[in-house]
Design a protein around this ligand. Structure first.
Ligand SMILES: Cc1cc2nc3c(=O)[nH]c(=O)nc-3n(C[C@H](O)[C@H](O)[C@H](O)COP(=O)(O)O)c2cc1C
Length: 180
């Protein structure tokens, strides 16, 4: 993976792809699937919606760290599998044949097979709404992956794969941050 400007990392998530979130509890890595997430600003601050029924949540709260990884559609079955088993019972990196890579500012790992990763610190938790607020610290992209299409959860067990890209950069001009 190649490191890139954290100021562009909001573009990894603004389109709403299904994501994987990794954690490290001090002994082992774990992964969960997250489709409820939101970019809050360009820095980026990111909100994810989760709670104590997931092992990853407890680790995130304790270590104050995680990595958000964006998988390509080639990983869809692994992503659904990861989101339907508990990391206390299963080593998900091993079971789903994924490779952990060392991150730079957090101990949670990057996922080599994913298209993009954001190293994140937990900066807040809004318990009433189950919102974990993250600050993106470093950004990584995998330009060599052949399948660059991401996918999006409808929420009923069906998914939408990226389609046509339309470009309106000139029209968006005064609302895009410099360099994006
Ligand atoms: C497509 C998909 C999307 C999911 N999105 C979320 C989500 O946004 N928030 C959440 O708390 N759980 C979500 N889950 C469920 C968790 O990924 C699941 O509970 C997982 O087993 C947690 O793993 P852990 O207990 O090892 O942390 C999703 C699952 C799937 C399959």
């Amino acid at each position: 993976m190649r490191e890139m400007d954290i100021g562009k990392a909001f573009t990894f998530l603004e389109s709403g792809p299904v994501t994987l979130v990794t954690t490290f509890d001090g002994k082992k890595n774990n992964i969960m699937t997250i489709s409820w997430h939101m970019i809050m600003d360009f820095s980026p601050h990111i909100a994810i919606s989760t709670g104590p029924w997931n092992t990853s949540f407890e680790v995130m709260m304790r270590t104050k760290e995680c990595v958000i990884a964006v998988p390509g559609v080639n990983l869809i079955e692994a992503v659904i599998g990861i989101g339907t088993v508990n990391g206390d019972i299963v080593d998900k990196f091993d079971k789903f044949s994924l490779t952990s890579l060392a991150a730079k500012t957090v101990k949670a790992p990057l996922i080599k097979e994913c298209l993009k990763c954001i190293e994140c610190k937990v900066i807040d938790y809004v318990e009433k709404h189950g919102l974990v607020i993250l600050s993106g610290e470093r950004a990584w992209i995998n330009e060599t992956a052949v399948e660059q299409r991401t996918f999006h959860a409808v929420g009923d067990g069906t998914f939408i794969v990226d389609g046509e890209m339309m470009e309106y950069r000139a029209m968006m001009g005064n609302r895009l941050p410099p360099g994006v």
